[in-house]
Design a protein around this ligand. Sequence first.
Ligand code: ADP
Ligand code: ADP
Ligand code: ZN
Length: 215
Amino acid sequence: MNIILLGPPGAGKGTQAQRLVEKLGMRQLSTGDMLRAAVKAGTPTGLAAKAVMERGELVSDEIVSALIGDELDAMGIESGAIFDGYPRTEAQAVSLEAILEERGRKLDHVIELDVNENALVDRVTGRFTCATCGAGYHDKYQQPRVPGTCDKCGGTEFKRRPDDNAETVRTRMAEYRAKTAPILPFYEARGIVSKVDGMADMNHVTAAIEDILAS
Ligand code: ADP
Ligand code: ADP
Ligand code: ZN
């Protein structure tokens, strides 16, 4: 099974992808995570992407589609893929078709996380992750059970993204509206889009997605 989680920054794509990985053994392919790893490693891709990401604009279609292709090649065909934060433009959606076909995969579901934009700035600016295992948390909505200690790995160091500030979030939101939301009709025409209420609590969102995947 191959699925796309679609929604603006802070919609809950990463949170839900991590849960599906744990529950269903699927693989999360997050172009944001791949790009941050490239920036950290100082690769040519990272050097090209760093400033663009800091401004909240989109990295080039060629770069992200190449990352996705490489990541799919590195995993077995038996693992289902959760695309998190990709595709983000019509050109990426077209590339993904070819990328999947070349590898004998097909897209089963596009899950749209339907959210109220006004709530998202709060979600994004309160977000932090475990520096050791990447588990996601939030200042208000999802604190670790033991303060200062990661639930998943016991790590005690956490990090915040440089682009998770109120100003950059506005740009990222505008990019979503202008370039990403318009790809929905492309998938709607194929009857594979399901809408989930992303404002519900995290467990409800997970249950709704699992229902769709089981249908
Ligand atoms: P995305 O990957 O779509 O940008 P995340 O999954 O990182 O979004 O979620 C953004 C922040 O909001 C995280 O700190 C996460 O803990 C929190 N969050 C995710 N889903 C919900 C939800 N349904 N209700 C409240 N907070 C949530
Ligand atoms: P969020 O989960 O908050 O939506 P991501 O981690 O997916 O954010 O992306 C962070 C940044 O990385 C984006 O603002 C953009 O600059 C870049 N990026 C990630 N995925 C893509 C993509 N598919 N196309 C272009 N740029 C991307
Ligand atoms: Zn951890």
